[in-house]
Write a protein that binds this ligand. Structure first.
Ligand code: TTP
Ligand code: MG
Length: 414
């Protein structure tokens, strides 16, 4: 599996997005040719429902032309806010499948799911699950293409539209691309396609057979680029959004704090909440950010990478405590927050942990299970007892954990 799929790249793209949303919200439009665009004859069609497409209409066609080709089509004006809302839902679903999601437009994204087989099964199963999750949440169909590169994944998602699922194993990519038209080459537009045709190159297989040197001679750098694509090669990585995902926990406090020991009580709780969520998603975090908000509402943040990626509260807390020393403000603070960033898949080798005795990870996952079965107040740490030393919930004292995992937790007020 790993040999044939060194990378698993998913491209997911909603079918006839704006039109499908209108058909969802207005059931009388279902099964009918629908054009999204201005009511006037000026302007262009934004998209066409699949019922309208056989008439040769689609995105960017002047409205007048589209009406001539498909007079029975129902013209619907766009509602961008609604599309935006559904887009956010879809992107959130993608984020449940991968920490590396690159949104390309409102209805389209790349997901890097390399190494995620042990969470979601083989690539076809991943695709099925993504489609199912989007359908359940929105009532809409999405087409999914999966291969080893962004380029092949994107061609694959378009290949099987609508409601498609096309999986192209990387070792079959060159053969799979070969019969496709050169217009499917990424970057081959209105100017380039005729030039390729003039060279007798009609399919991607023709480009592959022509060879890199010939492509270079006739088309320069662009030619080499097309040759690389014909080989299924594409060095582009899935770029996480600029605001890369993080998992955080911020609490505005009922009483302001300034004593580091008091702040640490809140950091410890935040670390546990965050670690539980990181583990629930089978992630590890590469770094930790601590936020403090002063009573003047000034927000201060410090962040740092962990010595190695982790998913335990103890690792998060340790780094958070170090960060705490780097704040030059003495408080008081009205909010203490923490976030885990640089999220990535937890890889299989963490199973090694099973052979280490009494490691924090095993203790914490045991707590996850207890909480799942018996509820949040089942277990708590001694450090989370309130200042008077009383247990505020009917919790079990977990002080032993700190002995077993060799970690010291600052006691409040000492
Ligand atoms: P696309 O994903 O390109 O098209 P689509 O989702 O309508 O259809 P397909 O099944 O082929 O993916 O674009 C997504 C939405 O973006 C589309 O519904 C409308 C909008 N759009 C425009 O406004 N102008 C355009 O030129 C294109 C291509 C799309
Ligand atoms: Mg689409």
């Amino acid at each position: 599996m790993h040999r044939s799929w060194p990378h698993i790249i998913v491209h997911a793209d909603m079918d006839a997005f704006y039109a499908a949303v209108e058909q969802l919200d207005q059931p009388e439009l279902r099964g009918k040719p629908v054009l999204i665009g201005p009511r006037s004859h000026r302007g262009v069609v934004l998209t066409a429902s699949y019922e309208a497409r056989p008439f040769g209409v689609g995105s960017a066609m002047p409205v007048a032309e589209a009406r001539r080709r498909c007079p029975q089509a129902i013209m619907v004006p766009p509602r961008f806010e609604r599309y935006q809302q559904i887009s956010e839902q879809i992107m959130n679903i993608f984020a449940d499948f991968s920490p590396s999601v690159e949104a390309i437009s409102l209805d389209e994204a790349f997901l890097d799911m390399s190494g995620a087989e042990h969470f979601f099964g083989p690539p076809r199963e991943m695709g099925k699950r993504i489609k199912q999750a989007v359908l359940e949440a929105t009532g809409l169909n999405i087409s999914v293409g999966i291969s080893g590169t962004k380029y092949v994944a994107k061609v694959a998602s378009a290949f099987d539209k609508p409601n498609g699922l096309m999986v192209v194993p990387p070792q079959h990519a060159v053969d799979w691309l070969a019969p496709l038209a050169v217009s499917r080459l990424w970057g081959a537009g209105k100017k380039t396609v005729p030039r390729l045709h003039a060279l007798g190159l009609h399919t991607i297989g023709d480009v592959a057979a022509f060879g890199e040197r010939q492509m270079d001679e006739h088309l320069g750098a662009a030619g080499r680029h097309f040759y690389q694509l014909s080989q299924g090669k594409d060095p582009r990585r899935v770029a996480r959004g600029r605001t890369s995902k993080s998992i955080g926990s911020d609490r505005t406090l009922s009483a302001d704090v300034s004593n580091p020991a008091d702040i640490k009580v809140h950091l410890r709780r935040a670390a546990e909440r965050i670690a539980r969520r990181v583990r629930a998603k089978s992630y590890v975090a590469g770094g930790i950010r601590v936020k403090l908000k002063t009573t003047q509402f000034e927000l201060l943040t410090r962040q740092q990478h962990l010595p190695k990626p982790a998913d335990t509260a103890s690792a998060f807390f340790e780094t958070a405590c170090k960060l705490l020393e780097h704040f030059d403000h003495r408080g008081p603070f009205r909010l203490v927050g923490m976030a885990a960033f640089d999220l990535d898949w937890r890889q299989q080798p963490l199973q090694m942990d099973l052979f280490e005795s009494a490691n924090p990870r095993r203790l914490e996952t045991t707590i996850d299970q207890l909480i799942e079965r018996f509820g949040k107040n089942t277990v708590m740490r001694a450090a989370d007892l309130n200042h008077h030393g009383t247990v505020s919930n009917n919790g079990v004292n977990l002080d032993f954990m700190d002995v077993r995992d060799g970690e010291r937790v600052s006691q409040p007020g000492r």
